[in-house]
Design a protein around this ligand. Sequence first.
Ligand SMILES: Nc1ncnc2c1ncn2[C@@H]1O[C@H](COP(=O)(O)OP(=O)(O)OP(=O)(O)O)[C@@H](O)[C@H]1O
Length: 207
Amino acid sequence: MTVLTLHDVTVTYPDGGHTVTALEHVSFSARAGELTAVVGESGSGKSTLLSVAAGLSSPDSGVVDVRGGTGMVFQSPNLLDSLTVREQLLVTDHIRGTRITRGRRRRADGLLARVGLEGYGDRRPHQLSGGQRQRVNIARALTGEPALLLADEPTSALDHRLSRRIVELLRGLTTDRGLATVLVTHDRSQLDLADRVVEMRDGTLVG
Ligand SMILES: Nc1ncnc2c1ncn2[C@@H]1O[C@H](COP(=O)(O)OP(=O)(O)OP(=O)(O)O)[C@@H](O)[C@H]1O
């Protein structure tokens, strides 16, 4: 099932008196249960692709269609220092005014176990390693049970071994949960874990 479709999408940014074309007539799709890696040089349009897919910016022309909710994983985990690991996963519910029931707590703990952080619920971010923080970030992105998971360079701050573990985790979650996962990465040594690799060059998709 196709979860994300971009059809003939063009995005420009104003740049002084000029405009920069970040995406030029791009068509792209991501399917449930598939990990799609997006590679390309700096400035080729990868972040812009994720941004329109997430609905954070709208295209100048073309159509973006998403079936289901979206979760996002950013390069740096952006965890809140004063909250426990479990609370990082519950804070969105709290802000929305949803009552934090025992069931929600249990679900948060289940997600933490799934990302390899069983028993870490009461710790605070400073008591975690960089890799563990990124795992919390991934668990948090999954709390709303999204159909689409967008990850923008989630391993760029990690060494090779830890990066591999994080991409393996994304690989497993994609399969188990039937996620449509789009992973933007510079790291070509993890591409064997992807179902599909697309390359961006100067705002267009090649290959
Ligand atoms: N807010 C903005 N204003 C003006 N130009 C922008 C803006 N955001 C991006 N651009 C330009 O659009 C193009 C695509 O940028 P984008 O960030 O999508 O590339 P990227 O492939 O994600 O790069 P990187 O790997 O460095 O993050 C670049 O030429 C960039 O300079």
